[in-house]
Ligand binder design. Structure first.
Ligand code: ASP
Length: 331
C-alpha cells in the first residue's frame, strides 16, 4: 500500500512538472523511465497468431522504436494473413455475407483511434491510427469510415472478399444458419496486443473481423476504447478477446486498468474482471472471454473464463506462448 501510494505521489508530481513544460502534451512518459522497469522492451498478444504478430512488433521494439509503431505493425501482420479466419479480410462474414472489420489503437497518452464496421480495407489498424492522428475524432464507422479512408490514401482490396474458402463455408453455413456465439480453441479470435518499448512508452492495438455470422451491423468490443482495449500512462493497459458483448457490458479493459490503478497486479486485475463477467452472466455456459494486461513496470498477465486462452510473449530472451490462467474447463 505505502509503495503504491509513493508511486502515486511520484506520478502526480511528475505529471505536474510535465504540464508546466508543455501543457499540450501529457507527461506520462517520464513516469516509466527508471530502474522500476524490468524487461522492456516487451510485447504480448492474444492467441497463437500473436507469435508472428509479435515478430512484426519486435522488429521495431528491438531497435529502440516506438511502441505505437510496434503494435500497429505487429497486428497488421495478422490482418495481412488471408488464412486467418478471425482477423482481417480473410475473416468470416456476417450473416449477409459481408466481412466487416473492427480495430482500434491507443497509447499511454490516451491518444486513440478506432474504426468499426469497415469493409474492403486490408489494414483497419492503419485506418484507426490515421483517424487518431488526422481527425479530431476517435471513432469512424461503416460507410463513413470507408469513405474517409479512401479519401486519405487507403484503397479497396482488389481480391474477392470473403476469400473463396470462407465463401464456401458461408454457403454451407447458410443451409442451417445456426448461430453460435461460442469462442473456443479452434476459432482463435481477435488479436489484441500490448507493447512497452525501450523508453517506457506503452501502446496497444486490437483488430478483428468479429464474431462469425453476426447480425449485419453488429460491432463487438474490439474497436471500443475501454471495452476491447484501454490504456492509461499512469497505470498500464489491457486488451481482450472472446464474446465482445460481455466486455462492452462491463467496460472490461477500462475496469482492468482501474483495478491496476488501485494496486492489483495485471493478472489479478484480469481475474477480477473475469469474475465480474461471470457474476453478470449467471447460468451462461460456454462464453469465453480472455483478458491480457500489462503495467508500466513491464509486469504482465492474463486470465480467461475457460482454459485454452493463451498469448504470445516476446522479450529479449523469450519468444513463446504462455497459457493464461482460467476459471473453468470446457466440458
Ligand atoms: N471480441 C471479438 C468480438 O466480439 C471476437 C473475438 O475475440 O472472438 O467481436
Amino acid at each position: 500500500r505505502s509503495m503504491s501510494r509513493r508511486r502515486f505521489l511520484k506520478n502526480l508530481s511528475l505529471a505536474g512538472a510535465g504540464l508546466a513544460i508543455n501543457p499540450l502534451k501529457s507527461a506520462a512518459q517520464p513516469f516509466n523511465l527508471g530502474p522500476s522497469i524490468k524487461d522492456n522492451p516487451l510485447v504480448i498478444s492474444t492467441w497463437i497468431h500473436g507469435m508472428e504478430a509479435n515478430q512484426g512488433a519486435w522488429s521495431i521494439l528491438e531497435s529502440g522504436g516506438d511502441s505505437l509503431d510496434a503494435v500497429q505493425k505487429g497486428v497488421a501482420v495478422t490482418e495481412n494473413d488471408l488464412n486467418n479466419r478471425s482477423v482481417g479480410l480473410g475473416g468470416r462474414p456476417d450473416r449477409d455475407g459481408h466481412v466487416t472489420l473492427d480495430a482500434c489503437i491507443m497509447d499511454h497518452d490516451s491518444r486513440c483511434g478506432s474504426v468499426a464496421f469497415l469493409e474492403d480495407i486490408i489494414h483497419p489498424i492503419d485506418v484507426a491510427r490515421a483517424v487518431m492522428e488526422k481527425t479530431p475524432h476517435v471513432m469512424l464507422v461503416g460507410e463513413g469510415a470507408q469513405k474517409w479512408a479512401l479519401e486519405n490514401g487507403f484503397s479497396k482490396a482488389t481480391f474477392d472478399v470473403p476469400v473463396p474458402p470462407v465463401q464456401k463455408d458461408y454457403e454451407e453455413w447458410l443451409i442451417k444458419s445456426e448461430y453460435k456465439t461460442g469462442v473456443n480453441v479452434e476459432n482463435h479470435d481477435t488479436i489484441g496486443m500490448l507493447a512497452l518499448d525501450a523508453s517506457g512508452r506503452m501502446a496497444g492495438a486490437c483488430t478483428t473481423s468479429g464474431m462469425a455470422y453476426k447480425i449485419r451491423g453488429r460491432v463487438g468490443d474490439s474497436p471500443i476504447i475501454g471495452a476491447g482495449l484501454f490504456m492509461d500512462g499512469d497505470v498500464g493497459g489491457a486488451t481482450a478477446t472472446g464474446v465482445g458483448e460481455a466486455m462492452i457490458r462491463t467496460a472490461g479493459c477500462a475496469s482492468v486498468v482501474e483495478s491496476m490503478r488501485r494496486g492489483a497486479s495485471p493478472e489479478e486485475a484480469c481475474y477480477d474482471i473475469v469474475q465480474r463477467i461471470l457474476k453478470k452472466h449467471p447460468g451462461v455456459n460456454g462464453m469465453q472471454v480472455g483478458f491480457l494486461a500489462m503495467n508500466m513496470q513491464g509486469e504482465y498477465g492474463g486470465y480467461s473464463v475457460y482454459n485454452g486462452f493463451n498469448y504470445a510473449l516476446r522479450t529479449k530472451d523469450r519468444n513463446e506462448m504462455v497459457d493464461a490462467k482460467y476459471m473453468r474447463t470446457w466440458e
